[in-house]
Design a protein around this ligand. Structure first.
Ligand SMILES: Cc1cc2nc3c(=O)[nH]c(=O)nc-3n(C[C@H](O)[C@H](O)[C@H](O)COP(=O)(O)OP(=O)(O)OC[C@H]3O[C@@H](n4cnc5c(N)ncnc54)[C@H](O)[C@@H]3O)c2cc1C
Length: 410
C-alpha cells in the first residue's frame, strides 16, 4: 500500500524531530533545507520538561546529556569580571538559568537527524518556491525547478519563515526590541565553565559561555528601537556591532576583535503569534508557528514537543493511505496552544530589565540578582525561580500512536 507522503521544510531541531516521528510512524518523509548541509551556528539551547520527555521517547536523552556543553552555572559579573551573583546549573528536568540539559543547537539537530529512518529523503540547498493545495495533495515547486506532489507540507523554517505566507498573510512577528549576535570565538586560559554575563550600560550585555568542543560562545545583546539591522549583510551587522559595543567594557574588546573570523548568527528577537497554524494541507511547526524567543528559555522545548504532537496527531488521523489532515491539525492546535501561550508570556520587563539602559537600572537589577542568589531566596525559590524557570513541565504529552502505520515503519 502506498504510504502518505509528507514534505518538511527546514532541517533544524523541529524539522528533524518531525522527520524522526513521521518516519517511525511509517510515512514517506522528505526534508528540504535551504542551506547545503545541517547548520552548525548557534549556542547552547536547553531542553526542559515535556521536551526532555520527548527526547526520552526518541531514545535520545542519554546521547543529548553526553553532549552537554559542561556549563556549571550562570554568573553575573562586574566591570572587572568579578562575580556579583551566581546560580548553579540545575540538576532536574526543568529549572534554572543553566538547565541540566544544555546542548549546542547544531549538535542537537545533528543527533536527531542521525535517528531519522534510512528512507528519509533530504534535499539540501533547495527550498519551496511555490505550492498549490489541491484536492489530491499539495503540488510543490522547488527553487531548483523540480515539481512534486505531497499529501502534507509541514513548515519548520524558524522565526523568519518565508513559506509561512501560504498559511497566513498576516504579520506574524512581534519584535521584542533587542538584537542578539551569537559568535564562536577561540577559548582562552581565562575562560571557565560558567556562563558569564556582563551588563554594560545603554541596554547592552556581553555573555561568554563554555562549549564542549574547545571554543567559547560569545553573545552580544543590545536594545534598539530601530528595526531591520538583521536585514543588512554580515559586514553591515559587524560595523554596527563595533560601533555599539566600542565602549562596552569587560570582554567586549576581545569579542569585537574576533568578529571578522567568527562563525556568526545575528537575529532581531521576535515572537510569532498567529490565529491559525495551518491552512488546508499545510501546517506550521516550531518557531515558524509560535516562536517564544530565546529569552523565554522555551524555544527548543516547544520545537521538539510541538513536532512530536503534530506527527503523533497526523499518525492518529491516518487510515491506510488517507490522512484526515483537518482532524490532525485541529487536535495539534488544541493540545499545544495552551502550552505555547504560557511559554510566550515573558516575565515582566523582559528583555529590557536584564539589559538596563541606565546606571540606576543596572544597580537595581544587580541588587535583585544578589537577593535572588542569596541563601533565603534560594530556599523559597522566589525571584530566581520565577525569572529562570519557564513553564516547561506544565504539559501532558499525548501517547505515542501504535498500530498499522507504526508497524509499517518497523
Ligand atoms: C543557525 C541558528 C542558530 C540558532 N542559535 C540559537 C541559540 O544560540 N540560542 C537559542 O536559544 N536559539 C537559537 N536558534 C533558534 C532555535 O534553534 C529555535 O528557537 C528552536 O530550536 C526551534 O527551532 P526550529 O527548528 O523551529 O527553527 P530554527 O532552529 O530557526 O530552524 C529553521 C531551519 O529552517 C531552515 N530554513 C529557513 N527558511 C527555509 C526555507 N525557505 N526553506 C528551507 N529551509 C529553511 C533554516 O536554515 C533552519 O535550518 C538558532 C536557530 C538557527 C537557525
Amino acid at each position: 500500500m502506498p504510504r502518505p507522503s509528507v514534505l518538511i521544510s527546514g532541517a533544524s531541531v523541529t524539522g528533524t524531530t518531525l522527520a524522526h516521528w513521521l518516519g517511525r510512524y511509517g510515512f514517506a518523509t522528505t526534508v528540504v533545507e535551504r542551506f547545503d548541509q545541517l547548520r552548525e551556528e548557534g549556542h547552547n539551547v536547553d531542553v526542559r520538561g515535556a521536551g526532555r520527555e520527548v527526547l526520552r521517547r526518541m531514545g535520545l536523552e542519554d546521547a543529548a546529556l553526553a553532549e552537554n556543553t559542561g556549563e556549571t552555572g550562570t554568573v553575573f559579573v562586574d566591570d572587572d569580571g568579578a562575580p556579583i551573583a551566581s546560580f548553579a546549573a540545575s540538576t532536574d528536568d526543568t529549572t534554572g538559568a543553566t538547565a541540566e540539559l544544555e546542548i549546542l543547537r547544531g549538535r542537537l539537530a545533528g543527533l536527531i537527524h542521525d535517528t531519522t529512518t534510512a528512507d528519509t529523503e533530504y534535499l539540501f540547498g533547495d527550498r519551496i518556491a511555490d505550492l498549490q493545495d489541491t484536492a489530491d495533495g499539495v503540488e510543490v515547486t522547488f527553487a531548483s525547478g523540480a515539481t512534486r506532489r505531497f499529501d502534507l507540507v509541514l513548515v519548520a523554517e524558524g522565526v523568519n519563515s518565508r513559506t509561512r505566507r501560504f498559511v497566513s498573510g498576516a504579520p506574524a512577528r512581534r519584535y521584542l526590541g533587542m538584537y542578539c549576535a551569537y559568535l564562536t570565538i577561540p577559548r582562552t586560559a581565562e575562560d571557565d565553565d560558567t556562563w558569564r554575563w556582563y551588563n554594560a550600560l545603554g541596554g547592552r550585555s556581553v555573555n561568554l559561555r563554555p562549549d564542549n568542543v574547545g571554543t567559547t560562545r560569545a553573545l552580544l545583546n543590545f536594545l534598539s528601537d530601530t528595526r531591520g539591522i538583521d536585514q543588512l549583510d554580515r559586514d553591515g551587522q559587524v560595523t554596527i556591532l563595533r560601533r555599539v559595543f566600542a565602549d562596552a567594557g569587560w570582554a567586549a574588546p576581545r569579542v569585537l576583535a574576533a568578529l571578522d573570523d567568527a562563525p556568526f548568527y545575528f537575529e532581531d528577537l521576535a515572537q510569532v503569534h498567529l490565529d491559525r497554524w495551518s491552512r488546508g494541507r499545510v501546517a506550521l511547526a516550531g518557531d515558524a508557528a509560535h516562536c517564544a524567543s530565546p529569552v523565554s528559555g522555551m524555544g527548543t522545548t516547544l520545537g521538539v514537543t510541538g513536532a512530536y504532537v503534530l506527527a503523533t496527531e497526523i499518525a492518529r488521523a491516518t487510515r491506510g493511505d488517507t490522512v484526515d489532515h483537518r482532524a490532525a491539525f485541529d487536535r495539534y492546535e488544541e493540545i499545544l496552544r495552551p502550552y505555547v501561550a504560557k511559554a510566550q508570556k515573558l516575565p515582566p520587563g523582559v528583555p529590557g530589565v536584564a539589559n538596563p539602559r541606565t546606571r540606576r537600572g543596572r544597580a537595581l537589577f544587580r541588587t535583585a540578582l544578589r537577593v535572588a542568589a542569596s541563601a533565603p531566596a534560594r530556599k523559597i525559590g522566589s525571584l530566581g525561580g520565577r525569572y529562570f524557570t519557564p513553564p516547561a513541565d506544565d504539559f501532558v504529552l499525548p501517547d505515542v500512536v501504535t498500530g498499522r502505520l507504526a508497524s509499517a515503519a518497523g
